[in-house]
Design a protein around this ligand. Sequence first.
Ligand SMILES: Cc1ncc(COP(=O)(O)O)c(C=O)c1O
Length: 346
Amino acid sequence: MVAAHPSADEDALLDWNESPLGPPPLAVKRVIDAAERLHRYPRGLMEEVTELAAEHFGVTPQRVLLTAGVDEAIDITLSLAKRAWGVQPGFDGYPVRTAANGKPFHSIRLGPDWQPLAEPPCYINIHDIVYLAQPGNPTGNLHSDTWIDAVREQAGYVFIDETYQEFSSRPSILTRVVPDCGLLVYRSFSKAAGLAGIRLGCLIGEAPVIEALEPRRRFMPIDAISLHAAAGLLEEPEFMLRLREFVVHQRAGLVDLLLHSGLFNEVRPSETNFVLAKPHPTIAGELNRVLADDLIRVKDCAAVGLPGWLRISIGSEPDQARLHQCLDRLSSSLSATPCYREESES
Ligand SMILES: Cc1ncc(COP(=O)(O)O)c(C=O)c1O
């Protein structure tokens, strides 16, 4: 039996927003059972998982395209437009894939509250595709429906990336708008579904757009192991509810812990399975050092447009306890330091 959670001498992985509850048990069972048939092509499995996913997301199978993660979804949807847009700070996968596909990428700058500063830029037009993660990464927040609708009015295509949707207080855009050919929605199996290791996602759009995109995928692009894991998950969707409940509950606890540690200047509310926090500049180096000593990995957001901020995933209970102990130890040692005490009291 493989341990679901790392032991104390392994790294606590709080940097990539993975499942704090391990993988879905039925997915594991289906993968093990499928191992005996690895000499076969995944005949019929794409259809099976497409139908299960369609049922799960409440759409027809003709509106669903399975992709090898968000990267393949971005690659094939870029074929619909001449240019791509995204918010900054925002998910780095959009500019990276756009550059790899040889197309220009333009940024829409967010303000200090990580919201758009104004109406969507007037030069977004029907030849463009706009990539928006809702909730966002690294910001963990949502933009207003009004702003998103304004973008949809201008752009040829809007790709709403709902990778973190299950953790959000706002329902999927699919429940709110009458879909049209310009709207594409991406759902990941990596976060609430606990299957980051299989690299499978689901692109949802109007049937003619999905039909036009389908030939852009490779032949049988998703392997049998990934498809069996996804089928197992979709046959046991209660796992996602359990994971969502765990994350939403523990997220409040993590925000509380960070706020009361006295180590952070700012902690932002989150709609995702991670929390953004900005250490006091004077202790940021020391914080990095103690986290590294305790083998706790968090994401430094400098590379994704938020210098000075850390992104901390909601981890398993043991991993969160490790983080708690680490922060407590640092707080205690710093409060014994006269200059730190004076600064935090002022
Ligand atoms: C906004 C966003 N979209 C997509 C992904 C990756 O999705 P997938 O694992 O389904 O490719 C991530 C991963 O961190 C993400 O933050």
